[in-house]
Structures are given as structure tokens and as C-alpha cells.
Design a protein around this ligand. Structure first.
Ligand code: 3H9
Length: 691
């Protein structure tokens, strides 16, 4: 199969890119395009050219797998330059996604016909790089500076209608985009319209300085280099000549592609694709879920019901308490009314979702569901009872998913007649918004049930990662280690604002105590109470949380927790909390000391990484990519650092083990013992992601 082929249809030459899976501009495509353009230029019969793609999408970008390797000619810029220089009009026929180098290629064509469902974007900054083939200088000539910055620095794609409005697309096609592009080319010839080169358009009006743009992206993309570099290129694109701007963009691309941030973001991209495809699952056995059930209409159940409705799956929502059910239905209705008001969904979609929701007090209504998610109170006894009631009312082949964040799936399924039909589906709150889904493999879960959970996760638009049974599974188990250290550091000498600042400076969207305040300190307190028998003496004695909760400070919802909050939920440091923490230490005879930012960061990260290593040893997560994906999508681990296990590799196992031993010498081996896997890596020079 040729990556690029070319056929003549009348006087129009169609150049077809066929490079599965996403028609990336790998070397064969670049060379093929150059050759096809030369041929089209030399061929007397060809009067116009259409560039189209085979398969599900237009070119989705440069081949990311080629990054980090020595570049091979021809460079994409040169290919695009050759296309744009053609004397014969060139029309791009865009379907699926035109992303990154794919959109750059399309912008180098003289006209663009776009399928109505297509998506166009410059997502390079999400990979830590910038458009390296003239994307920014061309896009801002067509769409203006603001739009070009939103798309490149902000990484926001646009749809076909927006592309038409912005002047990026010249025509929309409802079907057969290639045919529409050929007809468009024919019309151009009939009208005597020839090549229209984007590079020859005047540079658009631009602000006197780009400082405001820099500030905007500094705030929205904290700590990231690529969005700032996009602004630099935009500024150069309006002040320098076109070729100089392209050369500058190419240089900045080269510099960024080798940066640690770009390596981490590339890792994140591929890790997510690895993690969402668990090895050895018979995906062909996945059962289609045509109708779902959710039992429990609290916050989690309500959010999960919306996940199904959003994916077009009808839901039976069962709740024993009439008032709770009514309130859940009201919340769902309000969410969708709000979505309509904000233009996120149409009134028709809102109506369809309303009709697809079947609230009920009766378990019997679950009888024709293909899968039911149990989302009741986090208590083994309660959940076991509810699961039994669900099973009683279900078809024997229907599946049951339990939504738990800590409980043992095997114990939950133990009393059921068909434990093989049970899986865990750990949604994150708010369930209809958070991308992460930990699907939990019970000892007796049938492969068919697991495959169904994975396929369902994808259909719900989640990043679904398969994990094993363990206390807190993967994410919460690692978080518990970090949380413990954070509380210990409070009693040893730190204050919440210092710990949170260090975590935010590292790149987390919020710190440990901000997170606690957001989730509700009563939730953390209840969780602590339920586990007291499993905590160490020091953990039990470390009762700062108990004191804060006893003072009626339950976090953001009560206007006070570790911080105080005004009516707009703006946070401020509360001296009363600093005093409470200091007094707590005094009472318990702990001499507080100055704790450095470095110590805070190390204790937060290394406690997690060490637990991550154990999770891998035990097979609770199958691959380090799974852990990274979980932390990137459920816990706000900064994407430009690749995830905790990738970050561990950057530090090196030897250094991490050395620091773990250091902390052990202060706090004891009970809290700090290097995982055997880390020790082995330190000894052999190994790494989680290979060297
Ligand atoms: C760029 O263009 C820089 C230029 O400016 C440079 C100029 C010099 N390369 O996501 P999926 C693979 S940077 C290589 O599961 P979907 C992916 O790994 C690039 N491989 O499908 C997976 O492989 P596998 C800017 C790629 O339908 C398979 O394709 N472009 C690339 O859910 C299917 O992917 C982007 O950032 C690639 N560029 O989503 C776009 N893209 O089956 C990145 C995908 O072995 N791509 N693969 O796991 C995407 O956003 C999505 O893949 C897309 C399809 C929306 C296209």
C-alpha cells in the first residue's frame, strides 16, 4: 500500500493520503506528497488538485512516534511550501480531524472544503510543542490573532461551522467531502479562480503588545512552555515577514520537541492509549449496553445517571427514598437546563435525555437493564444487601457494577449467585464531569463482564483503566499515602498554605488541604473514623482534622475548613487554623520545626511513588502507564510531568530510595520502606518505563 497515491479524474488530480490509523505525516507521506505535487505540476492535463485522505480522518498531525528521533527530510514545512507554491489551485478535502501538522497542511492548500462533522485544531501545545510548519503565521492570516492564539496556545479545536465562520473553511460538505472538493475545484476552474496563497495574505491587525495574551495563557496553562512559545511565534508573525516567522516557528519547535515537558506530554499521550486497552481482554465479547440502571440517587448515583444519559443510554434510576429521588431528578433537570442556556446542548437533546430517564422506587424496573451500577452508601453491609436486591431483579446475563472507592469487590460479590457478573466501576465525583474511571477486576469477574465495563467506559467518554482489588484501588491508595504525610507535616511544623503552595507550584491544580475543603472535611473525617482500627498509633493521635471538624468547619460548603471562604468561595488563610495546628502540636509535646519546600514535595511525591511501585509489584495495576493515566485524569497530576511513575523515572530510583531511607531514619520504617521494585531499579539502573 502506498502512503500517497494520485489519480486523475478529468482535469482534476486527486492526491490521496492513506496512512492508517490517522494519516499522520510520517516520512513516507511527506515524501509522497512532494512527489505527487511535482507530478501534478508537470502534468499538462491536471488543472486543479484535491488533497484528500482515506479512512476515518484527514491528517491528524505529524507522526508523534518520529519525535525525539533525528529528523528525516523532507520537512513538513517544505512540503507545505511546495503545495502552496503550486500555480494550479489546490483544495483540501477535510473529514474527521485536521489536527496539528494536518491543519497546517490544509492551511497551505489554497481552499478548504470541510465535512460538516469535522474538527480542526492545533493541539501541539498539549504535547509540549508548537505548530512547526507555519501553522500560526497562516492561521492568523485567515482567522485573526485572537482565534489563532485560542487554537494554538489554548489548544482548543473548532468545528466545521466555526471554521467556516472564522474563514478557515471555504465550504461545508454534508456528505462525500472528496466529491464536494472536486466539484469545488471544478467551479474554481470555471470561474477562472486560481491559486490563493495564505502566505500572501496581509498580516492581520494585532495588539500593540502580546503581554495580555502571555498573561492569559500563563494563568490558564500554569508552568507550561509551549503556549508561551505560541504567543512568541504569533508576535513574530505579525511583525516579521512570513518566511522569517515560519523559520522562527520551526526553530522554536525544534527546541521544544526535545524539552522535558514535551517528553512528558508525549508519554502522557501514549500512556493513555496503552492504559485504556488492557492486555488480554476479549473485547469482542463486550456486551452492548442498551439500557442501564443506577441504584442510589445521591450525588454519585445522580452523576452516574447523567453519564449514561449524556451517552444516549436510557437509565432506570432506583432509589428507596422518595425525596432523594425527587431531588436527584431536579438536579439532573437543572444541569441540562443550564447546558441549554449555555448553548452546550440543544433543547431537543435536553428533551431526549429527560425522556430517557426513568426514576423509580421499584427494583423490579431494572428487569430489562443490560447493566446496573450500584451507587449507594459506602458500607459493606448496605452494599451487599443492595447488590442482592439488584441481582434478584435482573436477567441472568445482565451485569452488575459496584461503584465503590475503597471496598473489596470480592467480598461485595461473595454472597451473590452470579459473582462472575460483577465488576467494580469506580467513578470520580462529579461523575458526569470527571474523565477517570477505575474499572475493578474482581477475582471472579468474567472476562466478558470486564470487557463490557471497558467498552462502556469508552462509550461514556471516560478514560477507563482496569485495576485489581486493593484498599483504595490505585488512585486513592496512593493518595492515602500522600495525605498521611501532609497531616504529619502539619504537626511537625508546616501549615496548610505552605503544603498547598508547594503542590500547586509543582503543577497540581490545588493542594491537599484545598482539595479536602472542596470535597468536604466531614467526608474525610467519616472516612478516617471508618478506618481507625487500621491506622497506626501515630495516625490515630494525629487528630488535627478531628478538631477542625469538631469546630463545625466542614470545608467550602460551610465557608470554613482549613481555610475560610467568602460568598464567592474565594479562599483566605485563617490565623485560627494556624493557631489550632500549633496548639495541637504543643499539647501533644511535638516540637515544631521549619520544614523546607523541598521536604514537602519529596514527602508528598515519594510516598505516592513508593506505593505506586508496590501496586505494580502486587499486580493491582498492570503497567506504570496505568498509574500515570489514573493520576493524570483523576487527581490533577500535572500533565507536563507525565504522571507519578514517569516523574519517578526522571528523578531516578536511586535518589528516591536514598530519600526514603532518609525519611525512615526520622519517622521509622513503618512509614518509609523502599518498595522492592524501586530497590531493584536503584540497584540495576532500571526504570518504570524502561531506559
Ligand atoms: C504535530 O502535528 C506537530 C506539527 O506541527 C509538526 C510540524 C513539524 N502520531 O486516539 P486514538 C495513534 S503534533 C502517531 O486511539 P481516536 C494512536 O496512538 C501532532 N500516532 O483514536 C493510536 O494508536 P494505537 C498533533 C498517532 O479515534 C491510534 O492512532 N496532533 C497520532 O480516539 C488511534 O488513536 C495531535 O496531537 C499521531 N499524531 O482519536 C492529534 N495520533 O491504536 C493526536 C493518533 O496503536 N491524535 N495516533 O493505540 C488525536 O487526538 C486522536 O488520535 C484522534 C483520533 C482525534 C486523531
Amino acid at each position: 500500500m502506498q502512503a500517497v497515491s494520485s489519480t486523475l479524474s478529468g482535469n482534476i488530480r486527486v492526491i490521496l493520503i492513506d496512512n492508517p490509523p490517522v494519516n499522520a505525516t510520517s516520512q513516507a507521506v511527506r515524501a509522497g506528497l512532494l512527489q505527487a505535487m511535482e507530478q501534478a505540476g508537470a502534468d499538462g492535463t491536471t488543472q486543479a488538485i484535491v488533497i484528500a485522505c482515506a479512512g476515518a480522518t484527514f491528517v491528524a498531525g505529524a507522526d508523534i512516534k518520529e519525535f525525539g528521533k533525528p529528523p528525516v527530510d523532507p520537512h513538513l514545512s517544505d512540503v507545505i511550501h511546495a503545495i502552496e507554491s503550486s500555480d494550479k489551485p489546490v483544495v483540501a478535502a477535510i473529514h474527521g480531524s485536521a489536527l496539528g501538522g494536518g491543519l497546517e497542511l490544509a492551511l497551505g492548500c489554497h481552499y478548504r472544503v470541510v465535512d460538516a462533522q469535522a474538527r480542526l485544531g492545533l493541539p501541539e501545545s498539549t504535547l509540549g510543542i508548537i505548530p512547526g510548519a507555519g501553522g500560526i503565521p497562516r492561521l492568523l492570516r485567515l482567522a485573526g490573532v485572537e482565534k489563532a492564539l485560542d487554537m494554538a496556545a489554548g489548544g482548543k479545536p473548532i468545528d466545521a461551522v466555526q471554521a467556516l465562520e472564522a474563514g478557515v473553511a471555504d465550504a461545508l460538505a454534508q456528505e462525500d467531502v472528496r466529491g464536494a472538493a472536486m466539484a469545488y475545484a471544478q467551479r474554481l476552474l470555471e470561474q477562472g479562480r486560481g491559486a490563493r496563497r495564505t502566505r500572501e495574505l496581509p498580516a492581520p491587525a494585532a495588539p500593540a503588545t502580546f503581554d495580555a495574551a502571555r498573561d492569559r495563557f500563563r494563568a490558564s496553562h500554569r508552568g507550561q512552555l509551549a503556549p508561551q512559545a505560541c504567543v512568541d511565534v504569533a508576535a513574530r508573525s505579525v511583525s516579521a515577514d512570513f518566511d522569517a516567522a515560519v523559520t522562527y516557528g520551526r526553530e522554536r519547535f525544534r527546541e521544544l520537541v526535545a524539552s522535558p515537558q514535551a517528553r512528558a506530554l508525549r508519554h502522557a499521550f501514549f500512556a493513555e492509549r496503552v492504559a485504556t486497552k488492557p492486555a488480554g481482554l476479549p473485547m469482542e465479547e463486550a456486551k452492548p449496553v442498551r439500557k442501564a440502571g443506577v441504584v442510589g440517587a445521591g450525588t454519585m448515583g445522580t452523576g452516574i445517571a447523567m453519564c449514561f444519559l449524556n451517552a444516549g443510554i436510557p437509565v432506570v434510576l432506583v432509589e428507596q427514598n422518595e425525596k432523594v429521588l425527587a431531588s436527584s431528578v431536579e438536579t439532573i433537570g437543572k444541569t441540562y437546563r443550564n447546558d441549554v442556556a449555555k448553548g452546550r446542548i440543544t433543547a431537543d437533546t435536553q428533551r431526549a435525555r429527560g425522556e430517557a430517564l426513568m426514576p423509580t422506587l421499584q427494583y423490579e424496573s431494572l428487569h430489562d437493564c443490560d447493566l446496573v451500577v450500584e451507587a449507594v452508601f459506602e458500607d459493606m453491609g448496605v452494599k451487599q444487601q443492595v447488590l442482592a436486591s439488584i441481582e434478584e431483579n435482573l436477567r441472568p446475563d445482565a451485569l452488575i457494577a459496584t461503584n465503590t472507592s475503597f471496598l473489596d469487590i470480592d467480598a461485595l460479590a461473595a454472597g451473590l449467585r452470579r459473582p462472575e457478573n460483577v465488576v467494580g466501576m469506580h467513578f470520580f465525583s462529579p461523575a458526569h464531569i470527571m474523565k477517570l474511571l477505575e474499572n475493578v477486576r474482581g477475582k471472579r469477574s468474567a472476562p466478558r463482564a470486564l470487557a463490557t465495563a471497558q467498552a462502556l467506559g469508552k462509550r461514556l467518554g471516560k478514560v477507563a483503566v482496569m485495576v485489581g482489588v486493593s484498599d483504595g484501588f490505585v488512585g486513592n491508595r496512593m493518595l492515602a499515602r500522600r495525605t498521611r504525610e501532609c497531616y504529619f507535616m502539619l504537626e511537625e511544623g508546616a501549615l496548610p498554605e505552605q503544603v498547598d503552595r508547594v503542590l500547586c507550584e509543582f503543577g497540581f491544580p490545588m493542594g491537599q488541604f484545598q482539595l479536602n475543603d472542596l470535597a468536604g472535611l466531614d467526608v474525610a473525617w467519616r472516612n478516617r473514623q471508618s478506618r481507625l482500627d487500621r491506622l497506626s498509633e501515630r495516625e490515630v493521635a494525629c487528630n488535627i482534622l478531628d478538631e477542625i471538624v469538631a469546630a463545625g468547619r466542614l470545608g467550602q460548603k460551610t465557608g470554613a475548613g482549613f481555610y475560610t471562604y467568602d460568598a464567592q468561595r474565594r479562599r483566605s488563610v485563617d490565623p485560627a487554623i494556624s493557631e489550632l495546628i500549633v496548639r495541637n502540636a504543643e499539647r501533644r509535646g511535638i516540637a515544631r520545626r521549619v520544614i523546607s519546600d523541598e521536604e514537602i514535595l519529596e514527602r508528598c511525591l515519594y510516598s505516592m511513588i513508593n506505593e505506586g511501585a508496590r501496586i505494580l509489584e502486587e499486580g493491582v495495576a498492570s503497567r506504570p502507564e496505568d498509574i500515570d493515566t489514573i493520576w493524570l485524569n483523576g487527581y490533577g497530576f500535572p500533565r507536563f510531568r507525565g504522571g507519578p511513575m514517569f516523574h519517578a523515572d526522571q528523578i531516578g530510583a536511586a535518589r528516591i530510595c536514598e530519600r526514603i531511607r532518609h525519611y525512615a531514619s526520622h519517622a521509622g520504617a513503618q512509614y518509609w520502606t523502599p518498595a522492592p521494585l524501586l530497590l531493584a531499579q536503584a540497584r540495576d539502573g532500571g526504570a518504570f518505563h524502561g531506559r
